[in-house]
Design a protein around this ligand. Structure first.
Ligand SMILES: Cc1cc2nc3c(=O)[nH]c(=O)nc-3n(C[C@H](O)[C@H](O)[C@H](O)COP(=O)(O)OP(=O)(O)OC[C@H]3O[C@@H](n4cnc5c(N)ncnc54)[C@H](O)[C@@H]3O)c2cc1C
Length: 263
């Protein structure tokens, strides 16, 4: 089974900071890692490969430093890794990102199953998987909680929907977006880490894929971010100290009564 997994490099949880002046994500000096749900996507790919054999190719679009995420994917068991990178991709929104990824996926044909995370913890739109499927004109199954092989040419997929769980059988090719609870991602082995260090990361840019620069970057992105606001929540409290405890308690009760917090 030929499987492609799309992974995104994201800031470690809690390290992403918004620049208060520009309203953009400040990526300097923060540690980056594979988007956590993409580890579930890799785990599903590994389980399918263990059952059926085949090859897993990991892809990311990002800066040169995103190579680290691809090496993590190789250490976990992916066979090959591909980086889509170049200044021309900067400022790409989800539409342009999905378009560019779809061009690389098309270049890497043949494949049968494409797996992505349900959403990235930084951008958090959940749009890239469905948009890639749309550009490739293949079926998409979002929010998958189970994915089993019925036989070599048929999968049984369970996905969450508003009213419960939907069960669908379908043959490849398709794109599936997975949820966090679907499986428990494994840890890399020492052998995997050595393999990851030795393996070549294959790099592509817009020119090598024949992508027009008008389809990517700012010019290929229909989204316009009009304003980004950083909400600062301030609690108007009252600090009481160095006072007689009874007086302190009285003042505290009065403070709460004035604000309607107690009678
Ligand atoms: C106007 C605009 C300008 C932007 N400019 C930049 C910029 O200059 N630099 C920048 O880094 N980001 C930029 N972004 C953000 C970038 O478009 C998104 O991070 C990206 O499209 C993914 O969207 P998301 O994080 O919501 O992913 P989601 O759709 O939530 O991700 C779902 C899944 O899709 C896959 N996926 C998502 N992104 C990638 C990827 N890059 N490679 C491989 N697989 C992926 C993963 O499997 C992921 O789990 C910009 C966004 C906008 C709106």
């Amino acid at each position: 089974m030929e499987i492609i997994v799309l992974i995104k490099q994201v800031p470690e949880i809690g390290e992403a900071k918004i620049d208060p002046k520009t309203g953009t994500l400040n990526r300097k000096g923060i540690s980056l890692t594979i988007n956590p749900i993409d580890l579930n996507a890799i785990e599903l790919a590994l389980q399918i490969k263990e059952e059926q054999g085949g090859k897993i190719r990991a892809i990311t679009m990002g800066p040169e430093s995103a190579e680290k995420a691809l090496r993590e994917a190789l250490a976990l068991g992916c066979d090959e890794a591909f980086l889509l990178t170049g200044q021309e991709f900067a400022a790409s929104d989800t539409y342009a990102t999905a378009y560019a990824l779809a061009q690389l996926v098309t270049f890497l044909k043949p494949w049968e199953v494409i797996i992505t995370g349900e959403k990235a913890i930084d951008g958090d739109t959940g749009q890239v998987g469905p948009a890639v499927a749309s550009f490739l004109n293949i079926p998409i199954l979002t929010y998958a909680i189970q994915c089993q092989l019925v036989n070599r040419s048929l999968f049984l997929i369970e996905r969450t929907i508003e009213s419960g769980v939907q069960r669908i059988t379908l043959p490849p090719p398709f794109l599936i977006t997975v949820t966090k609870g679907m499986n428990a991602p494994r840890f890399p082995t020492l052998r995997g880490k050595i393999f990851a260090r030795q393996q070549e990361i294959q790099k592509f840019n817009a020119q090598s894929l024949g992508i027009s620069v008008d389809s990517i970057g700012l010019s290929g992105s229909p989204t316009r971010v009009v304003k980004v606001e950083n909400f600062k929540i301030e609690r108007k409290g009252k600090i009481l100290k160095d006072m007689d405890p009874v007086l302190m308690a009285d003042q505290l009760v009065q403070f709460l009564v004035e604000r309607g917090a107690c009678k």
